[in-house]
Write a protein that binds this ligand. Structure first.
Ligand SMILES: NC(=O)c1ccc[n+]([C@@H]2O[C@H](COP(=O)([O-])OP(=O)(O)OC[C@H]3O[C@@H](n4cnc5c(N)ncnc54)[C@H](O)[C@@H]3O)[C@@H](O)[C@H]2O)c1
Length: 331
């Protein structure tokens, strides 16, 4: 409880969920965030003004900012990244700089400062797409050849760096599937679809909408990270996923959202040609390793979708000020 945690990217989507989750449990946290388009200090203002966290605006590629943020820190949870596949097609250098170079600087500076545990947030996208079956941790090969976008390639290289550091230092790598929940920037599928409907626009579904994503609720990812801080074994990578039965296609997800927002899916879903023709079709992870260690993800997708829709209904000013910028990348 008395350990002090540095959360990089804590003003982004999963970071904000995590910071609230841990603040609720009384942890002492510092957030380091550059506040790119995806970071919102407004997310954290209630915690900052109540003195529950310290916020530092800074870039993980700036060694001095990183050194400052590490003062007195025991654990690092490293979320900061450029996170959007579509944006990575037009600015791959930025993705490489933040996701690979930034991660290297975070690792080097953290261990020079004597950090006792470092959790790097990787992604299921480092394995690429899988038609049948599930990827286990050992299926990630060195390098970025399994990854299909500049985003996932940069995350794959960052994952390798973290695993390499993990041979000599206490590093853990977490590879979660697609997250959803409050505070997700409306460029991403679920908040884009929810906010579209709330504004009276249709849901654009790519291709036939049969892609499979293993939707994981961001508060569940947060509880997983808390678990790994205590029980995770240094030098290891862990998958985490909901493993839905049956699997949820994008079409099903869109139909659920229509149902929750009380609109007719036949009228509100519009099928459009996939703008990313090599778009990964199915992500699926084997989570035996983390469940054997004792973590069971709380899986209740329909209820978690309902909570998410409720949040976007009740926080319209939050997403409305982000919506225009978010849509501009699809034009
Ligand atoms: N969202 C998902 O579904 C998902 C799934 C698996 C893994 N991940 C990984 O989880 C992490 C968080 O994802 P997210 O969806 O919350 O991302 P996000 O884009 O919502 O947030 C990223 C945060 O990082 C900050 N940031 C960006 N560049 C920075 C820099 N140079 N220095 C400091 N801060 C910087 C941004 O300001 C923002 O607050 C990422 O590493 C991502 O790859 C996300």
């Amino acid at each position: 409880m008395s350990k002090k945690i540095l959360v990089t990217g804590g003003a982004g989507f999963i970071g904000t969920n995590f910071v609230y989750y841990m603040a609720g449990k009384g942890y002492d946290q510092v957030v380091l965030d550059k506040l790119t388009y995806a970071g919102g200090k407004d997310n954290l203002d209630p915690l900052i003004s109540a003195g529950k966290i310290r916020f530092q605006q800074g870039d993980i590629c700036d060694k001095n900012a990183v050194k400052d943020s590490l003062s007195g820190i025991d654990y690092v949870i490293h979320f900061a990244a450029e996170s959007h596949n579509t944006r990575s097609e037009t600015d791959p250098e930025l993705f490489y700089r933040t996701n690979v170079e930034g991660t290297r600087i975070m690792l080097e500076e953290s261990f020079s400062a004597g950090v006792k545990k470092f959790i790097h947030i990787s992604t299921d996208e480092v394995y690429g797409s899988i038609a049948d079956g599930y990827f286990a941790e050992g299926d990630k090969k060195l390098g970025d050849s399994q990854a299909t976008s500049a985003y996932s390639k940069s995350k794959s290289q960052a994952d390798d760096l973290a695993m390499e550091f993990g041979r000599n230092y206490p590093v853990i790598v977490l590879r979660p599937t697609n997250n959803f929940g409050p505070w997700q920037y409306p460029e991403k599928a679920l908040p884009r679809w929810i906010s579209n409907i709330l504004l009276g626009s249709k849901i654009p579904l790519w291709g036939e909408g049969l892609q499979v994503r293993d939707w994981l609720y961001a508060p569940v990812t947060s509880s997983c990270l808390e678990f790994l801080l205590e029980k995770g074994e240094a030098g290891n990578a862990y998958n985490v996923a909901a493993n839905h039965e049956p699997e949820i296609t994008n079409k099903t997800a869109a139909e659920w959202l229509c149902g929750l927002l009380e609109v007719d899916p036949d009228k509100w879903i519009e099928y459009i040609p996939d703008p990313r023709p090599n778009h990964d079709f199915r992500y699926a992870l084997n989570i035996e390793k983390i469940t054997k260690l004792g973590f069971r993800p709380l899986v209740d997708p329909f209820a978690q979708f309902r909570e998410t829709v409720k949040w976007y209904r009740e926080n319209q000013s939050w997403w409305k000020k982000r919506k225009e910028e978010a849509e501009s990348i699809y034009k």
